[in-house]
Design a protein around this ligand. Structure first.
Ligand SMILES: Nc1ncnc2c1ncn2[C@@H]1O[C@H](COP(=O)(O)OP(=O)(O)OP(=O)(O)O)[C@@H](O)[C@H]1O
Length: 602
């Protein structure tokens, strides 16, 4: 049997093959342009054309000074003036076209990048989500991707355009006067000296800024999520949260100021080098004109070309610094892109078709952290349609245990089987299609009730939805709402009561028509009417389905075919309610403290 990553005795969480924040090469960034080479060629072609057109005006000036004026030719003068007027129009049109192509490529790359991050996040196991802050994820997939947008644009357009301009200008400078051209080019290395240092400093600052931005997004999503907002008000922590928010924003401001200042100093340094070159050229060129080895028109044209040389070189160097700075953000993006999920389809995974629902745990052990076992050697079997109730003290490992059927986590050792097939050999999607999971805190999306129900099955008809809701004893309530199934449930479903939310979640599970059901009974006490509705809905849901339930109610343990008593990750007792009471062990104690109480309340 081949196992996917996370298989074969792997520990599930901290040692999972997380991509490290490692150095990113420009080559890797360029791979993002795969699929855009055709459009990039178009951009290069247009840049070449624009560069050639841009080379003409100084030559026109030379013609005017050296020929038209001395010869007194009005015709040549008029022709040259007309050319001077037309050339910028041609350049402008080429520029618009190039810009359009460039935006297309940039936005395409950004769209693709966001999508690959999204897809990889969807593949991650629950271990990733219990570790990560949701704000951090949001920041990377939106903020970071947006932050590199400018760089992608410059990387494509500026680098190509400026390189073409520099190359053609150097060529024409050599054609005009090779000695002057050598002087002009020799100054270039001076521009390049500080680039590496500045890039490195700005990259470090950029990484810090994006990190603080992630913290801000995380704080916002926690503070203004329903549960966080409630907690803040109850504990009166508004001022503290405001202070934290202010401090983080101040930090971003300070970092951005430093980033900008470093960039500006560098920009200033490169802009002073241009005039230096021009001064030297005028000195030497002027001397050549005086000594009669060069025409006046040639030196005017030459100095005009110098601007065309130094400006793009400055832009290219600034671009290099910008790309260097953005490498920090790319590192964060690629870190998410490279994450290998610890639960995924094995290469030879097979689809699990309609199952009877036999579930077997065979010597299952699991550790979230190396050496710290949350489950040890758990073995049991549930026949199709049976109900297994799990009871045990808080932190005993019940949630960990039930999460393994749907491969929310993979066992560190041992195996979980459905109808005799190790769940690791089954295709994840086909496995999960057989299972429904109703948790204590039923989560609903901020959408209509209908949309939330269709989350279980996109193609569910109105009749099927209504039938599921009738079975879950919630249909009458839904139709009593002014907008019925089109009612928005509010963030996390908070516009509904706990019991209503739960019954919608149960209807959603019914709609999925699972063979296997995982239930975590709510400990929170609903009022008795609501509770009895939820109980009745659950009974409907469990009908004929293999059920693993974390039990908190007496009615559940009484109805269970087997009860597993879990303590510190091990099954310490097993049997029916009567058998376990007779043992007079942990179950008997739990019964008197927990289940007997629910009986009194009922
Ligand atoms: N993501 C996690 N990372 C590390 N340890 C975890 C994680 N989730 C749970 N644990 C630990 O594993 C043990 C078992 O937790 P589990 O949630 O399975 O217990 P439980 O029996 O369901 O508890 P409760 O009834 O209180 O929900 C606990 O000691 C818990 O602290």
């Amino acid at each position: 049997m081949k196992l996917g990553p996370g298989g074969g005795g792997r520990l599930s969480d901290r040692d999972r093959p997380k991509a490290k924040l490692k150095d990113v090469s420009v080559k890797r960034i360029l791979t993002l342009f795969r699929g855009y080479w055709g459009q990039l060629s178009g951009i290069i072609g247009l840049a070449l054309l624009a560069a050639i057109v841009g080379l003409i005006p100084p030559l026109v000036m030379k013609e005017i000074i050296d020929k038209a004026i001395p010869q007194g030719s009005m015709k040549l003068l008029a022709e040259m003036a007309m050319l001077m007027l037309l050339l910028p129009i041609v350049s402008g049109v080429l520029g618009v076209w190039q810009n359009h192509l460039n935006t297309k490529v940039t936005q395409g790359v950004i769209r693709d990048l966001g999508l690959t991050l999204f897809q990889n996040l969807q593949r991650q196991s629950m271990a990733f989500y219990t570790d990560a802050r949701s704000g951090e994820i949001v920041q990377r997939i939106t903020g970071d991707v947006q932050a590199v947008q400018g760089v992608v644009t410059s990387l494509v357009v500026s680098s190509i355009t400026q390189l073409v301009i520099v190359a053609t200008t150097i060529g024409i400078l050599f054609a005009l006067d090779w000695k002057l051209a050598i002087i002009a080019v020799l100054i270039l290395p001076l521009f390049m000296m500080p680039v590496k240092k500045v890039s490195k400093l700005r990259k470090a600052l950029r990484i810090q800024t994006q990190k603080v931005r992630s913290d801000i997004t995380s704080q916002l999503s926690e503070n203004f999520g329903i549960s966080g907002a409630l907690l803040t008000r109850i504990f009166g922590r508004e001022r503290q949260q405001e202070a934290d928010f202010k401090a983080m924003n101040q930090k971003v401001m300070d970092l951005e100021l430093r980033l900008n200042l470093v960039g500006r100093w560098f920009g200033m340094a490169t802009s002073t080098l241009g005039p230096l070159g021009t001064a030297i050229i005028y000195l030497y060129g002027g001397f050549s004109v005086i000594s009669g080895t060069m025409s006046l028109g040639a030196i005017v044209a030459f100095s005009a070309y110098l601007g065309r040389l130094y400006m793009p070189v400055g832009t290219l160097l600034n671009l290099q610094v910008e790309v260097g700075t953005a490498l920090g953000v790319f590192q964060r993006i690629f870190e998410y892109q490279d994450m290998v999920p610890d639960v995924m389809d094995a290469p030879d995974a097979r689809p699990l078709s309609q199952v009877a629902g036999r579930v077997a745990y065979k010597q299952v052990s699991f550790a979230y952290k190396p050496g710290q076992y949350a489950l040890r050697d758990v073995t049991f079997e549930a026949q199709p349609g049976e109900m297994i109730a799990l009871v045990g003290p808080s932190g005993a490992g019940k949630s960990t245990l039930i999460g393994m059927i749907a491969r929310l986590y993979d066992p560190t050792s041992g195996s979980v089987e459905v109808d005799g097939m190790n769940v690791r050999e089954a295709r994840l999607a086909s496995l999960r299609a057989q299972i429904a999971y109703v948790t204590q805190e039923s989560f609903l999306f901020h959408a209509t009730i209908g949309d939330n129900l269709r989350f279980a099955r996109e193609d569910a008809t109105r009749e099927e939805m209504e039938a599921a809701c009738r079975q879950a004893y919630i249909h009458d309530f839904i139709v009593s709402l002014p907008e019925g199934y089109d009612t928005m449930v509010g963030e996390r479903g908070h516009r509904l009561s706990g019991g209503e939310r739960q019954r919608i979640a149960i209807a959603r599970a019914i709609l999925k028509r699972p063979r296997i059901l995982i239930l975590d009974e709510a400990t929170s006490h609903l009022d008795s009417e609501s509770e009895s509705y939820v109980q009745a809905a659950l009974e409907e849901l469990m009908q004929g389905r293999t059920t693993l339930v974390i039990a908190h109610r007496l009615s559940t343990v009484l109805a269970a075919d087997h009860i597993l008593v879990i303590e510190a990750g091990s099954v310490v007792e097993r049997g029916t309610h009567r058998e376990l009471l007779a043992l007079d062990g942990l179950y008997a104690r739990l019964y008197s403290t927990q289940f007997a109480k629910t009986e009194e309340e009922a």
